[in-house]
Ligand binder design. Structure first.
Ligand code: TRP
Length: 362
């Protein structure tokens, strides 16, 4: 069976370092292994509209921001198909048929949808499109016969729901859809990178993000304002690592080569952590190190982004070409789905013949 990767992001803002360690970095690594027969990276504008229906301009403006972030991180249109969800009408058609295979109560139990409804104060007036977006996400995944979906932990319920739809479809209509596997980051810090304030999730609405395109001065300011261990007051005090955002970020971003480069007194992160826990290591020193690490990680991304920004029409061209290619693939799957569901009347010569016979006997 072909190995096919599909994933995507909602275009509601520039991408941040949480997106990077949670999924983007892995996608680029996987792309460059050459292990996949096809890679599809989707800008999920239709999904973004499910809770931004009154703000289409926001979605429209952020398409290019996300595309620039993708390519700046190393997603390469020669190797990966970058496309825009709304340009693939087949996804709507698939969703429409999948809706028959999912119950309202199953959607109500989806933990991500539940949390998002609370966060947006939608309780009394949930838009139907928002409520059903896990079904449309199943269409996104199955349309491309994805075998691997690299995403963050919060997307786990969506993949579970997709698998249920796949199993249900295949058992009712015959083996047609491909069962996808989720691919989570293997490092706990990357799984759920907190915001700079230590809050559970980095998000634009909480104002606790470091963006991929952030300028060096702003990265530094944000690192120095980061939440650490509130009980670690004097340098001599023993410090805690749990819930210490600076160390969580080091877990997510630090590479062995950064020690000789920026902090040669320590061999590795374990030594640095042990010193902090013992006492005698100040927050400022750790923050200076993290700042150097983040600057080193983000500088090449920011520079590539600035290069790419010089030719914006070329980026739209990439998305247009990618959307054309993606639509052809989705159309093929849709025709298989319609055949399995027996709604391919005009392609079915056998149907026409048997009906003709039936009526000639009357
Ligand atoms: N729900 C994803 C997010 O919020 C975006 C998305 C839409 C997606 N369709 C997808 C991710 C299909 C993976 C596969 O980030």
């Amino acid at each position: 069976m072909k190995k096919i990767m599909l994933t995507g992001d909602r275009p509601t803002g520039r991408l941040h370092v949480g997106h990077y360690v949670g999924s983007l970095k892995r996608r680029v690594e996987l792309q460059n292994t050459g292990d996949f027969d096809e890679i599809f990276i989707m800008i999920a504008d239709a999904q973004a509209l499910t809770d931004n229906a009154d703000n289409p301009e926001k979605v429209r403006q952020n398409i290019i921001e996300v595309a620039l972030d993708y390519m700046a991180c190393g997603l390469d249109p020669e190797k990966s198909t970058l496309f825009i969800q709304s340009q693939i009408p087949e996804l709507c058609e698939l969703s429409f048929y999948y809706m028959n295979l999912v119950t309202v109560s199953r959607l109500q139990r989806n933990p991500t949808v539940k949390a998002e409804i609370q966060m947006r104060n939608f309780e009394a007036s949930i838009p139907v499109g928002f409520f059903t977006y896990p079904i449309s996400q199943a269409a996104d995944i199955t349309a491309f016969k994805a075998t691997t979906v690299p995403v963050g932990e919060d997307q786990m319920p969506m993949i579970e729901q997709t698998k249920e739809i796949v199993h249900k479809f295949n058992s009712v209509y015959g083996e047609t859809l491909v069962d996808p596997k989720i691919l989570l980051p293997d490092n706990a810090a990357c799984l759920r990178l907190p915001g700079i304030d230590g809050k559970a999730k980095m998000s634009k609405s909480l104002g606790n993000c470091i963006y991929l395109s952030e300028e060096p001065e702003d990265i530094k300011k944000k690192v120095f304002s980061m939440f650490t261990d509130p009980g670690h007051i004097r340098i001599e005090d023993p410090g805690k690592l749990e819930g210490n955002t600076v160390f969580t970020y080091l877990d997510a971003f630090c590479r062995p080569e950064y020690f000789p480069e920026f902090l040669p007194e320590y061999e590795n992160l374990d030594e640095l952590k042990a010193h902090y826990q013992r006492g005698g290591l100040g927050d400022m020193k750790v923050k200076r190190f993290l700042n150097n690490v983040l600057q080193a990680e983000l500088e090449p991304i920011r520079n590539r982004r600035k290069e790419l920004q010089k030719d914006i029409p070329a980026i739209y061209e990439v998305l247009k070409k990618g959307s054309e290619k993606a639509e052809a693939v989705a159309a093929q799957t849709l025709s298989e789905v319609k055949a399995a569901m027996k709604i391919n009347y005009f392609d079915d010569e056998e149907l026409i013949k048997t009906q003709a016979e039936k009526f000639s006997e009357r």
